[in-house]
Design a protein around this ligand. Structure first.
Ligand SMILES: [Zn+2]
Ligand SMILES: [Zn+2]
Length: 827
């Protein structure tokens, strides 16, 4: 029996804490314990049990929360690796890995029942209740509670106790008497997010109704008119309809209940987000015949899985080449072997359509983890996976930590996507964590992309990963033709700044006449990005950030896109009082308005963060396009990602090259990727596609190579630049950000660390800075940064660790020094 345990707590300190284990308590390594920490009680993960008495006086563990570990040996090891690699406090890493915080946040509420009201009413009439075992004093408290609750909807336990001085025993007694009801709030909130779905029980009915438009319900004579209406509706919808949707039918509510009792319909709870999918039944991913390249990819991944050794593969498939079908087929093979797989997708990639495919192929064996889940749902999915009920896991970034056993395969779709990098502590990159987890588990990791990141492509070139290519679109559809429009020339010839070039306008008109569809990309939301004073030349800046406020016309506001700060639309200049304020530049909202003006007959939809509040909006817009209810879709990069809309034959790209002007070494790579992806939306159906690419940088290699669909050419050129500038993949980089709300603090701290870096010997490591960050003020903080580049990652991390120790010695708060290893954004 160990006497002490070291506990990792989710606090911003780079250490673990030792506690004494009281006699009789048996905490597990990898399990949670509740411990006192400063004035609070925190739960943490036990990382070690030992008998080494610490030098200082220590406190005791309050409670062991788990008898078995919640993090198995492999995940514990992975967590420690993340803490080490990204220089993050290990307790904060574990918190990120475990979506179970909700289990400690439950709050109990009470409300009065009808019986309670009756009891209160009777007491009010007679003065005392009949036949009670309670003392008069207890009865008084009981009626104080009823009285208190009668005037309120529901009351938290703590508030109720403070208000009425009621004891635990009395409260429980009142619950037993059914005078009051107790409710677990977090659980209730979760239940509300589940939707009851009516499911037709006989498979025959479903099949019959899908294959024929007039639904046949077997021996309908057994049912009355109302029941038949309901059954036919259900059958016509493919056998599954949310109960809520059935309420719209003109049948009594009892009908459904009768059919459930007769066993014809079953009611199941399903998470709301995905059952609400209004997509038409889609062709199953396996109804297509696999191309030779797809078969080859499937075989390569399958062989690697069978070998039960670590292997990395880069699946480079052009847009529309059928990568998803390969993923699903691989995962199905893994499942048939009784093993587990994880599919990671970018934030925006996990659409209801993808979820529907997954459900169709894997049924109940799949757990889908997405950002729309409540904490409770997330915890529930976690337990399901842990119990082995779901051996196929699909989700965004944090799904890489899913507690599956016997992991065989991790697939990272669109591996270059920046949403895989977490922009808060721990700043891990899910793709790189996936590779490490696969290594530790002896599993296979497959990275898929049409536009692989420089890092992954380089690794493939160096034979660290096997390169598997899908060089053709499915059914040999051609890639779209790309035509570049030089906007400088457009300006010279028309004499004014154009948003839509003459060429793009002409092509759009042509498509609209042929009843074909158009997408136009402008990767900037809002109406106008800048408000400029013509008198003094100043712009309207956010009061928290050193960035321009964006004008949102429809919502009549100015908004900061970095911190969310909102202001009224200015009538005068805030600096000089002049009335000559002008709105400059174009965002997606203005683009939509311009296109409306140019093509008044066209039905135009917009897809950006302002029009898309949730998954449903997103799906709604795409469905409208899919069903031909829209002629044109305008939007930000949201429209570029992975959708498969067959009617789109023209893609217009407006100002997608703005990023090329940013001080970020990844600007060219991002632009190339965005251009390639959005171009990939054109011509996915039976008609070939075309792309009009408007640019002010027509000679830039990112633009040129994207226009020629030349991946290899772009990578070669970009790799030269990276090698020359000592950027990844040739050097490891880290961004160290020093921030404070007080300018002088930020300056002093970064100055002190700058001098420390100067006098510290660090062979081979380049340290740039301190310099003001490109966005010098963000969310009220002034920001200075250093960029470290080093061919040796170990040396770089050692230097960063020493720097953190120095910062701590100088009493610079740990939360104000941000270390971002493998930084994706340097802004
Ligand atoms: Zn002014
Ligand atoms: Zn701001």
């Amino acid at each position: 029996m160990a006497l002490f345990c070291d506990v990792a707590l989710a606090v911003p300190l780079d250490m673990v804490f030792t506690y004494a284990i009281p006699p009789g308590m048996e905490p597990a390594v990898g399990g949670r314990v509740l411990v006192p920490f400063r004035q609070q009680r925190l739960s943490g993960i036990v990382v070690e049990l030992h008998d080494r008495p610490p030098q200082i006086k220590i406190k005791k563990v309050i409670e062991a929360l788990d008898v078995a570990p919640v993090l198995d040996e492999q995940l514990l090891k992975l967590g420690k690796w993340i803490a080490d690699y990204y220089l993050a406090p290990v307790g904060e890493v574990f918190r990120t890995m475990l979506p179970l915080s909700v289990e400690f946040k439950r709050s109990i509420t009470y409300h009065i029942t009808d019986e309670g009201r009756m009891a209160l009413h009777l007491a009010g009439m007679s003065g005392s209740p009949a036949r009670s075992k309670r003392t008069p004093e207890q009865q008084l408290i009981e009626f104080r509670v009823l009285d208190y609750l009668a005037e309120r909807e529901s009351v938290r336990e703590r508030n109720l106790r403070t208000a009425t001085q009621v004891s635990n025993a009395l409260l429980s007694g009142m619950v037993r008497k059914k005078w009051i009801a107790r409710e677990d709030v977090s659980a209730a909130r979760d239940a509300a997010r589940l939707a009851k779905v009516a499911v037709l029980r006989s498979m025959d009915m479903k099949v019959a109704s899908i294959s024929e438009s007039n639904a046949r319900v077997p021996s309908t004579s057994k049912f009355n008119n109302n029941q038949r209406t309901l059954l036919e509706t259900l059958a016509a919808a493919g056998g599954r309809v949310p109960v809520e949707a059935l309420r719209g039918l003109d049948v009594p509510r009892t009908t459904l209940g009768t059919l459930v009792r007769r066993g014809v319909i079953e009611l199941v709870d399903e998470p709301q987000d995905f059952t609400a999918s209004k997509l038409k039944p889609r062709q199953s991913p396996f109804e297509f015949e696999f191309s030779a390249a797809q078969e080859n990819a499937l075989a390569k991944i399958g062989d690697a899985v069978t070998s039960r050794k670590f292997a990395g593969l880069l699946l480079h498939g052009i847009t529309g080449s059928g990568k998803t079908a390969v993923y699903l087929a691989c995962m199905r093979q893994v499942l048939e072997q009784g093993r587990s797989s994880i599919l990671l997708v970018p934030e925006i990639g996990l659409t209801p359509a993808v979820a529907a495919d997954l459900h169709q192929v894997f049924g109940d064996e799949v757990a889908i983890l997405h950002s729309g889940l409540s904490d409770g749902e997330r915890a529930e999915q976690w337990h399901r996976i842990r119990r082995g009920e779901a051996r196929v896991v699909a989700g965004t970034r944090s799904a890489v930590f899913a507690p599956v056993s016997d992991l065989a395969l991790i697939i990272v779709d669109e591996e270059q996507d920046s949403s895989y990098k977490q922009e808060e502590t721990p700043r891990y990159h899910a793709r790189d964590v996936a590779v490490m987890r696969a290594k530790m588990a002896g599993a296979v990791v497959a990275l898929g992309s049409a536009t692989p990141s420089l890092e992954s492509y380089y690794n493939a070139k160096k034979n660290k990963y096997a390169l598997v290519e899908l060089p053709d679109r499915v059914e040999k559809r051609p890639l779209p033709e790309v035509e570049i429009v030089d906007m400088r020339q457009e300006f010279q010839e028309t004499g004014q700044e154009q948003v839509i070039s003459r060429k793009l306008a002409e092509e759009i008109r042509e498509r609209l006449e042929k009843r074909e569809q158009v997408m136009v990309l402008l990767n900037r939301r809002g109406y106008s990005p800048v408000v400029l004073c013509r008198a003094c030349g100043k712009t309207l800046q956010c009061k928290n950030c050193a960035v321009s406020m964006t004008h949102h016309k429809r919502e009549r506001k100015m908004e900061c896109h970095y911190c969310g700060h909102i202001e009224r639309i200015p009538e005068k200049c805030a600096h000089c009082g002049s009335e000559y304020v002008y709105f400059v530049g174009t965002g997606s909202e203005k683009l939509e308005e311009l296109l409306h003006g140019m093509f008044p007959q066209a039905r135009i939809g917009r897809l950006d963060r302002d029009t898309v509040r949730g998954r449903e909006d997103f799906e709604h817009a795409l469905n409208a396009l899919n069903e031909g209810a829209l002629d044109m879709l305008v939007g930000t990069q949201m429209i570029a990602k992975g959708h498969d809309i067959h009617g789109v034959t023209l893609v217009g790209v407006v100002g997608a090259d703005m990023a090329l002007g940013l001080p970020d070494f990844r600007a060219a790579e991002r632009t190339f990727q965005l251009l390639t992806q959005v171009a990939g939306r054109a011509g996915r159906g039976q008609y070939p596609g075309k792309v009009i690419l408007q640019t002010y940088f027509q000679d830039h290699y990112a633009v040129q190579f994207a226009a020629r669909h030349d991946f290899a050419g772009f990578y070669d050129k970009e790799l030269q630049f990276r090698a020359w500038m000592h950027y990844p993949p040739y050097s490891a980089i880290a961004n160290v950000l020093i921030r404070s709300e007080k300018l002088d603090e930020a300056l002093t701290w970064s100055g002190e660390l700058g001098r420390w870096f100067e006098k510290t010997r660090h062979e081979g490591i380049r340290v740039l800075g301190p310099a003001a960050a490109p966005i010098m003020r963000l969310k009220r903080d002034y920001r200075y940064h250093f960029i470290l580049k080093s061919p040796s990652r170990e040396k770089m991390n050692a230097l960063l660790r020493a720097m953190l120790a120095e910062a701590s010695a100088r009493k610079i708060p740990r939360t104000q020094v941000i270390v971002d290893v493998d930084a994706v954004w340097l802004m």
